[in-house]
Design a protein around this ligand. Sequence first.
Ligand SMILES: Cc1cc2nc3c(=O)[nH]c(=O)nc-3n(C[C@H](O)[C@H](O)[C@H](O)COP(=O)(O)OP(=O)(O)OC[C@H]3O[C@@H](n4cnc5c(N)ncnc54)[C@H](O)[C@@H]3O)c2cc1C
Length: 534
Amino acid sequence: MAERLKFWGWGREGEGPDDAALNRIAQSLGQRFGRELELVAPPRIDEIALRPPRLAPPPALREILSADPHERARHTYGRSYRDIVRTLARDFREPPDWVAFPRDAGDVAAVLDWCSASRCAVIPFGGGSSVVGGVEARLGDAYAGVVSLDLARLDRVLEIDRSSRAARIQAGILGPALEDALRPHGLTLRHYPQSFEFSTLGGWIATRSGGHFATRYTHIDEFVESLVALTPRGRLETRRLPGSGAGPSPDRLFLGSEGALGVITEAWLRLQDRPRWRARADALFASFEQAVAAVRALGQSGLEPANCRLLDADEAASAAGGSGEHALLLLAFESADHPLGPWLERGIEILRDHGGRVQEQSAREQSDDGGARAGAAGTWRSSFVGAPYLRDGMVRMGVLSETFETAVTWDRFATFHAAVIGAAREAVREHCGQGRVTCRFTHVYPDGPAPYYTVLAPAERGRELEQWDAIKARVSEALIAHGGTITHHHAVGRDHQPWYTAEAPALFRSMLAAAKREVDPAGILNPGVLVDVT
Ligand SMILES: Cc1cc2nc3c(=O)[nH]c(=O)nc-3n(C[C@H](O)[C@H](O)[C@H](O)COP(=O)(O)OP(=O)(O)OC[C@H]3O[C@@H](n4cnc5c(N)ncnc54)[C@H](O)[C@@H]3O)c2cc1C
């Protein structure tokens, strides 16, 4: 039987590097930071004091509600650095009072009815992989109680329409189960966020998640053909259409609604045939600027590479075995339909035109899409998959390890990047004394990149949240001031709300608040996310 999910960190119990491996990493990082790093033990559930549930549920709902301490603790936080710091500090001061596991839409509606009538907040919960405080009940006593509404039991692919190449899928399904169900039909959603294994379709739709493909179909937005959402005012189902010009799109209102407007219970998704042809090349660049110019040219070439990931020299050293002197560009193409030799050739020409030194290249037919990749791309891929476990280990050793991400147009990129990485490095020096900030591009559009920054610094035990919040505030100010977005794919949640308020037009925010009042008159749905609590 599969192990239980950890209540405090990434993955299942027993998964991730063991203490011996973490101690080796602690030693080498300790040497770098000039201090001794000691591992704190992960929390055990019997060490956690949870306040008793503040309200009693109606008997009819008892069957789907749990007050089990492991479940309440697991649903208290998402999986950001801030969250792991608090779980390791055994700080679970605002757990949900109950965790609901609805079996069907009727159960979801019953929970919404009960909570609307008793002013109890409802926080929809998919995989709980939010990194922006999206699933956390940071509500004090403003509500009579809080229910975490976990959609894990709504986990099936219900219908496949082969001719339109689409499927009707329940919102609580996790990435691997979704792909397992589509594989026998030769189909794939081909949406792979880094959190794929422990995040759900409903969570992806509610947060407008970004998959790891660099261009073209990468946001979940592109795949949603229609959806069903349950609100306290009733059920809403949008029409299945390949496209429509009939007014503002109702799907779009729910994409990115982060549980504040309704509970997404199922959706029709556009699928793709499984890729057969692959081609890839890795190139080194003497300067980050040259590599950026190459990425822009590739992004505007119409080649639409599946991967076009640029790692600055420091990031290439830590994540892909680089020397620390060169920026690294990982370029890849995929197709279910045709060999990719010409695409690769033209891509390589562009890399060379911008000073890129091609290290490795290959173009072949390869139907196994889970297979090992060679060279720098292979090293990068395994560090990508293992990163969340390692991050938890680093927090255990007292290292600040967190990321922030954004997108900006090409005309602003150079000034923007200098200002943002400058602000981050200055804030890290000021609050941690030393540390490293690196950059990679996760997505590339014809009109601009989505840069993703990683911060690694020695933290002070007991002051981790204060340190990170100060750094995060400084970089968030810089992102907004220089024309970027507060988030390209991590969503708004509670953590980004002040900068979302600065980014989204005031009149639009009033429209959103009015829409929320219409579907959620008691204001119970994920309060404080997107729309301020009134
Ligand atoms: C290690 C790691 C890597 C990550 N990598 C990526 C990445 O590559 N790309 C990316 O986009 N994000 C990434 N994330 C962030 C996170 O995984 C995404 O935001 C993901 O879409 C959340 O899905 P979830 O099912 O875990 O949702 P949850 O975390 O459970 O919920 C997220 C938000 O959506 C709401 N919600 C969840 N389900 C529903 C529903 N059915 N109806 C209505 N509202 C709902 C919640 O209330 C909450 O506001 C990463 C996070 C971690 C920890």
